[in-house]
Design a protein around this ligand. Sequence first.
Ligand SMILES: NC(=O)c1ccc[n+]([C@@H]2O[C@H](COP(=O)([O-])OP(=O)(O)OC[C@H]3O[C@@H](n4cnc5c(N)ncnc54)[C@H](OP(=O)(O)O)[C@@H]3O)[C@@H](O)[C@H]2O)c1
Length: 263
Amino acid sequence: MASQGHTALVTGASAGIGRELAKLAAQDRRDLVLVARRRDRLEALAAELRAAHGVAVTVIAADLGQARAAQEICAQVEAAGIEVECLMNNAGFGSFGPFVRMERTRQLEMIDVNIRALVELCHLFLPGMLRRKHGHILNVASVAGFVPGPNMATYYASKAFVVSFTEGLATELRGSGVSATASCPGPTATEFGDIAGNKRSELFRRGVAEAAPVARHAYRAMLAGRVVAIPGLMNKVLALSSRFVPRALLRSGVARLNRPRQP
Ligand SMILES: NC(=O)c1ccc[n+]([C@@H]2O[C@H](COP(=O)([O-])OP(=O)(O)OC[C@H]3O[C@@H](n4cnc5c(N)ncnc54)[C@H](OP(=O)(O)O)[C@@H]3O)[C@@H](O)[C@H]2O)c1
């Protein structure tokens, strides 16, 4: 079946939730722009999606930790005459451990990928969406965005930024035909835990979701124009508790979850 000509750009499409988001968009016959560092993985996914769904797929290998990455992605997309209807800012990573012991460059890279690139891509692609009076932005945050995160302090704070930024943006965009959605998953079985180093924490022992349903929840919320979308009952409870539970209790509760698992 031929594609509909609507294009979704997915960052972090080489693995985990992003890979599943790309599959969902292709199933809906959206053309795709796939972004991540690992070109081989993106090319393999592109070939799979072209064959299965007849969509056009453009691969852009880029490191979103680099200052000019977002502008270069936008320039490549425009040069190819592609109009992005759905921008899915999903790329991100965390790192686990006491802040002072972690590499400074890694903390700053996290801010660049999780925050800077996300904001810049929104700013680059929004004008086109507003001109066409149609579009969707999905920013993948985390339930971590609702609470302080001892032992992952920079990561939790980066996701708090994404939730707040997306809520502000969504409100500005009301009535424009363009929506902004923050998806806030909890622990999910992807490469995230290995990269962050928190796979063996208490948090990951308490019910880990699969990437496919998490992506489906986020994708549907984006198309429905929901502002904040939290998959799973426990994650909803955690997010809600941040409104009622005293901050000191929240801090010590999350510190207990974010500690190496007891044997
Ligand atoms: N898994 C969880 O427990 C969980 C929970 C809540 C929220 N999240 C959020 O969900 C999003 C997706 O994570 P995931 O769980 O699917 O993890 P994942 O399997 O590790 O995938 C992360 C993706 O981000 C890309 N990425 C990382 N650094 C990048 C960089 N510098 N430049 C370009 N792309 C980069 C990776 O691609 P390359 O390595 O090929 O560049 C990969 O495609 C993240 O924003 C994460 O914070 C995850």
